[in-house]
Every structure is written in C-alpha cells, then in structure tokens.
Design a protein around this ligand. Structure first.
Ligand code: VGL
Ligand code: ZN
Length: 274
C-alpha cells in the first residue's frame, strides 16, 4: 500500500472508532436514564421530642439533626419524586407496651416474659410473632404523629428551587392495622400485606431510591432492605438518618450493604445523581 493508501486507512479506522465510541456513549447515557426519588422516613414529633424520643433510647440521638440535612438535599438536588412516610398507629396498636393486657391471651405458652413482668423495649412473642414493646407512639391524628414543623414539606404551595410544582409528592401512612407492626414503607413486618408505595413508584418509573430519616436501625433499615429486594437501586444517606441504638445501627448498615444497598454521605448524593 502506498503512502496515500496508508493515510486513508488510518483516517478510516479513526473515524470508525470515533463513531463507535459516540454510539457507545449515547447508548450508555440512554441505559443510564435514572428516575430518582428521595424517601423521607418518619420524621415525626414522637421520635424527636415525644414518647419514643431517640434521646431516651440507647443512642441518645437528637432526631431533629436529620432535618437540616434533608432540607438541604431538597433545596439543592432535583429529585424526580419525593416520598414522606408516617408511622400511623391506632390507639390499641400491638407494638404498644401500654396495650399488653389487651393481648395477654396471645402471649406464647411458656414465654419467659408475660404481661405482668414485661418491660418497655422487651421482645415479646405474640403467637409466633416477635414484637418489641415500644412506648405508645405516633397515634393517628395526634401531634406526636405529625411531621416535624421544620421539615420542608414540598407541596404545590412550597416548591423548592429545584423541585417544581409538578414534582410528584407521595404521602404514605403505615402501621395502621392494630394487630400487625409495619417498619417498612413497602410491607408489614410479616410481609402479609403490601402498601401501595411500590406500585406508585413503578408507575412513575422510579429506578433509584435515596433514603433518609428515622430510625436508621428500624424503619429506615426495613424500608431499604425491601427497596433493594424490589429491584430499586437503593441508597441510604447515613448522615441524614438517626437511630435507636449505635450497635444496631452499625450492624444493620452492614447488613444493608450485604443486601445490595449503598450507604452514602449526603454531600455525595448530588455527584451520583447529576
Ligand atoms: C419506628 C419504632 C417503632 C421507626 C416505628 O419509625 O423507626 N421505630 N415504630
Ligand atoms: Zn411504630
């Protein structure tokens, strides 16, 4: 091949590789079309200053510390969908220590703990279901069940710089059945009934879920575990969460990593999304 032949061949190859890399780029961009949601779990008065305040739990956390971090995420990142969940129990909920006498007959035979010696935060077995005895909390339509007043609630009247009035906002109540507890926003603790959250998110084509809120080792944990199980790309924003017990928090976050969740810091979220 003469000089011109070689030149032509080299240009030809360069053009081909340029074209194929362009194609690859657009393909990977396309396959990377993500629909991002921020799921804000149970930022409710009772977990912050009320009957189940994290301050009185082994962690001694201040639940309100999640609020500036979540508000900053809402103010600076364009999420496609926002979800607020609320623990929303009837007065006689199975998880309430104060209601143990209502369910004396369900305590398993031979249980070391019975209604007379049970203490707050004990694990008790009702039939064959283990239940922690929490202080009564987040009772429907009480102040304790309300979202904290400083949390930015996105709605039509108060969009943020990045989240406009057309951004879908989902509000979800969980734990409404008196006889079954529900830590996760997707399923009750026995996985008997599923909430509407998965179908609402799938309808909106959500692919990625970023989770923040309370409590890291309880409702955040169960929600993240189920989100990953339901094939969402799942992130837990560690510093936007607070929990009940430090040891449990460490253990549960490790477990989430082993179940396909990614634990990230709030200052890294923007770079992952944009
Ligand atoms: C929660 C304990 C009991 C939570 C709910 O939101 O993490 N914790 N109920
Ligand atoms: Zn609860």
């Amino acid at each position: 091949m003469n000089f011109f032949g070689l030149m032509f061949q080299s240009i030809h190859y360069k053009t081909r590789s340029l074209l194929s890399s362009l194609k690859l780029n657009t393909m990977s961009k396309h396959s990377k079309t993500r629909v991002n949601s921020l799921l804000i779990v149970d930022v409710q008065n009772d977990f912050i200053t009320g009957t189940l305040s994290l301050r009185n739990c082994p962690s001694k956390h201040c639940g309100e510390d999640v609020i500036p971090t979540i508000n900053h995420l809402l103010a600076t990142i364009k999420f496609d969908v926002i979800v607020y969940t609320q623990d929303w129990h009837p007065r006689t909920h199975i998880s309430f220590y104060e209601c143990i006498n209502l369910r004396k007959h369900l305590i398993a035979d031979g249980s070391k703990i019975d209604a007379s010696n049970a203490k707050l935060y004990d694990y008790i077995k009702f039939a064959d279901v283990e239940q922690i005895l929490w202080p009564a909390h987040c009772i429907q339509n009480t102040t304790g069940a309300e979202l904290h007043k400083d949390l930015h609630i996105i709605d039509n009247k108060t969009p943020s710089n990045h989240i406009n009035k057309n951004t879908p906002v989902i509000r979800l109540h969980k734990g409404t059945d008196p006889d079954i507890d529900s830590y996760s926003a997707f399923w009750d603790n026995q996985k008997i009934s599923k909430t509407t959250l998965d179908s609402q998110l799938k309808k909106l084509n959500v692919t990625d879920i970023y989770i923040a809120g309370i409590a890291t080792d309880v409702c955040v944990y169960s929600t993240a575990l189920h989100a990953a199980e339901l094939n969402y790309c799942t992130y837990v924003i560690e510093d936007a969460c607070r929990g009940v017990d430090e040891n449990a928090i460490t253990e549960k976050l490790k477990d989430l990593e082993e179940h396909n969740c990614q634990i990230i810091k709030s200052n890294k979220v923007k770079a992952v999304i944009e």
